[in-house]
Write a protein that binds this ligand. Structure first.
Ligand code: ADP
Length: 219
Protein backbone atom coordinates (compact mmCIF):
# COMPACT_ATOMS: atom_id res chain seq x y z
CA UNK A 1 0.00 0.00 0.00
CA UNK A 2 1.37 3.45 -0.87
CA UNK A 3 2.02 6.11 1.79
CA UNK A 4 -0.85 7.28 3.98
CA UNK A 5 -4.15 6.03 2.64
CA UNK A 6 -6.87 8.22 4.08
CA UNK A 7 -10.33 6.92 3.27
CA UNK A 8 -13.35 8.97 4.28
CA UNK A 9 -16.55 7.00 4.78
CA UNK A 10 -19.70 9.12 4.63
CA UNK A 11 -23.28 8.07 5.07
CA UNK A 12 -26.27 8.72 7.28
CA UNK A 13 -26.47 7.39 10.78
CA UNK A 14 -27.16 3.67 10.49
CA UNK A 15 -25.77 3.44 6.95
CA UNK A 16 -23.25 0.88 8.17
CA UNK A 17 -20.15 3.07 8.41
CA UNK A 18 -18.94 1.49 11.67
CA UNK A 19 -19.53 -2.08 10.49
CA UNK A 20 -17.80 -1.48 7.16
CA UNK A 21 -14.87 0.42 8.64
CA UNK A 22 -14.20 -2.40 11.11
CA UNK A 23 -14.23 -4.96 8.29
CA UNK A 24 -12.12 -2.80 5.96
CA UNK A 25 -9.60 -2.05 8.73
CA UNK A 26 -8.92 -5.78 8.99
CA UNK A 27 -8.54 -6.17 5.23
CA UNK A 28 -6.38 -3.11 4.75
CA UNK A 29 -4.34 -3.07 7.97
CA UNK A 30 -5.11 0.57 8.74
CA UNK A 31 -7.08 1.68 11.80
CA UNK A 32 -10.75 2.55 11.98
CA UNK A 33 -10.90 6.07 13.39
CA UNK A 34 -14.40 6.86 14.60
CA UNK A 35 -14.86 10.24 16.24
CA UNK A 36 -18.09 8.93 17.80
CA UNK A 37 -16.21 6.00 19.41
CA UNK A 38 -13.43 8.32 20.62
CA UNK A 39 -15.95 10.74 22.12
CA UNK A 40 -18.01 7.98 23.76
CA UNK A 41 -14.84 6.50 25.28
CA UNK A 42 -13.95 9.95 26.65
CA UNK A 43 -17.41 10.23 28.22
CA UNK A 44 -17.18 6.71 29.67
CA UNK A 45 -13.73 7.41 31.14
CA UNK A 46 -14.83 10.85 32.42
CA UNK A 47 -11.81 12.61 30.88
CA UNK A 48 -11.93 16.45 30.77
CA UNK A 49 -13.08 16.28 27.13
CA UNK A 50 -15.62 13.61 28.06
CA UNK A 51 -17.12 15.77 30.79
CA UNK A 52 -17.31 18.70 28.37
CA UNK A 53 -19.12 16.79 25.61
CA UNK A 54 -21.30 14.39 27.57
CA UNK A 55 -24.57 16.36 27.41
CA UNK A 56 -24.02 17.22 23.72
CA UNK A 57 -23.63 13.56 22.79
CA UNK A 58 -26.63 12.60 24.86
CA UNK A 59 -28.79 15.10 22.96
CA UNK A 60 -27.54 13.90 19.57
CA UNK A 61 -26.02 17.30 18.75
CA UNK A 62 -22.64 18.02 17.18
CA UNK A 63 -19.55 18.56 19.29
CA UNK A 64 -17.54 21.69 18.43
CA UNK A 65 -15.17 21.54 15.48
CA UNK A 66 -12.25 22.57 17.69
CA UNK A 67 -12.64 19.52 19.90
CA UNK A 68 -13.06 16.93 17.14
CA UNK A 69 -10.35 18.44 14.94
CA UNK A 70 -7.92 18.18 17.85
CA UNK A 71 -8.94 14.59 18.62
CA UNK A 72 -8.38 13.55 15.00
CA UNK A 73 -5.08 15.37 14.74
CA UNK A 74 -3.85 13.61 17.89
CA UNK A 75 -5.07 10.25 16.62
CA UNK A 76 -3.09 10.68 13.38
CA UNK A 77 0.07 10.99 15.45
CA UNK A 78 -0.34 7.44 16.75
CA UNK A 79 2.04 4.99 15.09
CA UNK A 80 -0.71 2.67 13.85
CA UNK A 81 -2.10 5.52 11.72
CA UNK A 82 1.12 6.13 9.80
CA UNK A 83 -0.06 4.04 6.86
CA UNK A 84 -3.46 5.70 6.80
CA UNK A 85 -6.90 5.45 8.37
CA UNK A 86 -10.55 4.84 7.68
CA UNK A 87 -12.40 7.92 8.88
CA UNK A 88 -15.88 7.31 10.23
CA UNK A 89 -17.89 10.30 11.44
CA UNK A 90 -15.24 12.82 10.41
CA UNK A 91 -15.34 15.16 8.60
CA UNK A 92 -18.96 15.97 9.27
CA UNK A 93 -19.07 19.65 8.35
CA UNK A 94 -17.45 21.71 5.60
CA UNK A 95 -15.16 23.36 8.10
CA UNK A 96 -14.01 19.95 9.41
CA UNK A 97 -13.26 18.90 5.81
CA UNK A 98 -11.06 21.98 5.46
CA UNK A 99 -9.38 21.23 8.80
CA UNK A 100 -8.73 17.67 7.61
CA UNK A 101 -6.98 18.97 4.50
CA UNK A 102 -4.83 21.14 6.70
CA UNK A 103 -3.99 18.28 9.07
CA UNK A 104 -3.08 15.97 6.17
CA UNK A 105 -1.02 18.48 4.20
CA UNK A 106 0.24 16.94 0.95
CA UNK A 107 -1.17 13.47 1.65
CA UNK A 108 -4.75 14.41 0.96
CA UNK A 109 -7.87 12.28 1.22
CA UNK A 110 -7.55 9.42 -1.31
CA UNK A 111 -11.21 8.54 -1.68
CA UNK A 112 -14.59 9.21 -0.13
CA UNK A 113 -17.08 6.36 0.01
CA UNK A 114 -20.73 7.38 0.29
CA UNK A 115 -22.64 4.51 1.86
CA UNK A 116 -26.09 5.19 0.53
CA UNK A 117 -29.20 3.86 2.29
CA UNK A 118 -32.87 4.83 2.05
CA UNK A 119 -34.30 6.83 4.98
CA UNK A 120 -36.82 4.11 5.71
CA UNK A 121 -34.01 1.71 6.62
CA UNK A 122 -32.18 4.14 8.87
CA UNK A 123 -34.74 4.46 11.68
CA UNK A 124 -35.26 0.70 11.74
CA UNK A 125 -31.52 -0.05 11.90
CA UNK A 126 -30.81 2.56 14.57
CA UNK A 127 -33.62 1.63 16.90
CA UNK A 128 -32.61 -2.05 16.83
CA UNK A 129 -28.87 -1.29 17.15
CA UNK A 130 -26.98 -2.34 20.28
CA UNK A 131 -23.26 -1.70 20.83
CA UNK A 132 -20.49 -3.01 23.04
CA UNK A 133 -19.35 -0.27 25.39
CA UNK A 134 -15.82 -1.64 25.42
CA UNK A 135 -14.88 -2.60 21.85
CA UNK A 136 -17.65 -0.91 19.85
CA UNK A 137 -18.88 -4.18 18.25
CA UNK A 138 -22.34 -3.65 16.76
CA UNK A 139 -25.28 -6.02 17.29
CA UNK A 140 -29.00 -6.09 16.61
CA UNK A 141 -31.55 -6.28 19.42
CA UNK A 142 -32.34 -9.88 18.46
CA UNK A 143 -28.71 -11.07 18.74
CA UNK A 144 -27.77 -13.20 21.72
CA UNK A 145 -25.18 -10.61 22.78
CA UNK A 146 -27.89 -7.93 22.97
CA UNK A 147 -30.25 -10.21 24.88
CA UNK A 148 -27.59 -11.35 27.34
CA UNK A 149 -25.95 -7.90 27.49
CA UNK A 150 -22.47 -9.41 27.02
CA UNK A 151 -20.18 -8.95 24.03
CA UNK A 152 -18.95 -12.24 22.50
CA UNK A 153 -15.87 -10.43 21.20
CA UNK A 154 -14.51 -8.92 24.45
CA UNK A 155 -16.95 -9.65 27.27
CA UNK A 156 -17.89 -5.93 27.56
CA UNK A 157 -21.41 -4.66 28.28
CA UNK A 158 -23.73 -4.49 25.26
CA UNK A 159 -26.08 -1.52 25.54
CA UNK A 160 -28.37 0.74 23.53
CA UNK A 161 -26.75 4.11 22.85
CA UNK A 162 -28.60 7.09 24.37
CA UNK A 163 -28.63 8.74 20.99
CA UNK A 164 -30.27 5.72 19.36
CA UNK A 165 -33.52 6.64 21.13
CA UNK A 166 -36.20 8.10 18.80
CA UNK A 167 -35.92 11.80 19.68
CA UNK A 168 -32.13 11.89 19.32
CA UNK A 169 -32.29 9.88 16.06
CA UNK A 170 -34.47 12.60 14.52
CA UNK A 171 -32.05 15.34 15.61
CA UNK A 172 -29.07 13.45 14.24
CA UNK A 173 -30.75 12.91 10.86
CA UNK A 174 -31.62 16.60 10.63
CA UNK A 175 -28.02 17.50 11.46
CA UNK A 176 -26.83 15.07 8.76
CA UNK A 177 -28.98 16.71 6.06
CA UNK A 178 -27.96 20.19 7.11
CA UNK A 179 -24.25 19.78 7.87
CA UNK A 180 -22.95 16.58 6.33
CA UNK A 181 -24.88 16.05 3.07
CA UNK A 182 -23.10 19.11 1.52
CA UNK A 183 -19.79 17.25 1.93
CA UNK A 184 -20.88 14.87 -0.81
CA UNK A 185 -20.59 17.66 -3.39
CA UNK A 186 -17.35 18.85 -1.79
CA UNK A 187 -15.68 15.47 -2.47
CA UNK A 188 -17.56 14.88 -5.73
CA UNK A 189 -16.16 18.16 -7.06
CA UNK A 190 -12.68 16.77 -6.51
CA UNK A 191 -13.48 13.50 -8.28
CA UNK A 192 -13.07 11.57 -5.02
CA UNK A 193 -16.66 10.49 -4.32
CA UNK A 194 -17.89 6.94 -4.97
CA UNK A 195 -21.43 5.84 -4.14
CA UNK A 196 -21.89 2.35 -2.74
CA UNK A 197 -25.30 0.82 -2.07
CA UNK A 198 -25.47 0.27 1.71
CA UNK A 199 -28.68 -1.73 1.47
CA UNK A 200 -26.98 -5.08 0.83
CA UNK A 201 -25.41 -7.75 3.04
CA UNK A 202 -22.40 -6.39 4.92
CA UNK A 203 -20.06 -8.82 3.06
CA UNK A 204 -21.34 -7.58 -0.30
CA UNK A 205 -20.84 -3.96 0.71
CA UNK A 206 -17.26 -4.69 1.82
CA UNK A 207 -16.52 -6.56 -1.41
CA UNK A 208 -17.86 -3.66 -3.48
CA UNK A 209 -15.73 -1.15 -1.59
CA UNK A 210 -12.60 -3.31 -1.90
CA UNK A 211 -13.23 -3.55 -5.67
CA UNK A 212 -13.50 0.23 -5.93
CA UNK A 213 -10.27 0.71 -3.97
CA UNK A 214 -8.37 -1.66 -6.17
CA UNK A 215 -9.87 -0.26 -9.41
CA UNK A 216 -8.62 3.18 -8.34
CA UNK A 217 -5.18 1.82 -7.50
CA UNK A 218 -5.56 2.75 -3.83
CA UNK A 219 -4.83 -0.75 -2.49
P1 ADP B 1 -23.79 8.78 14.29
O1 ADP B 1 -23.10 9.13 13.01
O2 ADP B 1 -24.51 7.49 14.17
O3 ADP B 1 -24.55 9.91 14.89
P2 ADP B 1 -21.29 8.65 15.70
O4 ADP B 1 -20.89 7.52 16.57
O5 ADP B 1 -20.49 8.93 14.49
O6 ADP B 1 -22.79 8.39 15.40
O7 ADP B 1 -21.33 9.98 16.58
C1 ADP B 1 -22.03 10.06 17.80
C2 ADP B 1 -22.05 11.50 18.29
O8 ADP B 1 -20.70 11.97 18.50
C3 ADP B 1 -22.65 12.52 17.34
O9 ADP B 1 -24.05 12.59 17.44
C4 ADP B 1 -21.97 13.81 17.82
O10 ADP B 1 -22.53 14.27 19.03
C5 ADP B 1 -20.57 13.34 18.13
N1 ADP B 1 -19.67 13.42 16.97
C6 ADP B 1 -19.05 12.38 16.34
N2 ADP B 1 -18.28 12.82 15.32
C7 ADP B 1 -18.41 14.17 15.30
C8 ADP B 1 -17.88 15.20 14.47
N3 ADP B 1 -17.04 14.93 13.45
N4 ADP B 1 -18.23 16.49 14.75
C9 ADP B 1 -19.05 16.78 15.76
N5 ADP B 1 -19.60 15.86 16.57
C10 ADP B 1 -19.29 14.56 16.36
Amino acid sequence: MSARVIIVVLGKQGAGKGTQCKRLAQHLGIPHVSTGDILRAAVRDATPTGLEVSSILHAGQLVSDDIVNRLVKDRFNDTDARGGALLDGFPRTASQAEALDEILGEDGVKICINLDVPNSLVAERLSSRRVCQECGAIYRDTDIEAISGTCSNCGGDVIQRDDDLPEAILKRLEAYERDTAPLLSFYDGRGLLVRVDGDQDPQEVTAEILDVLSERGIT
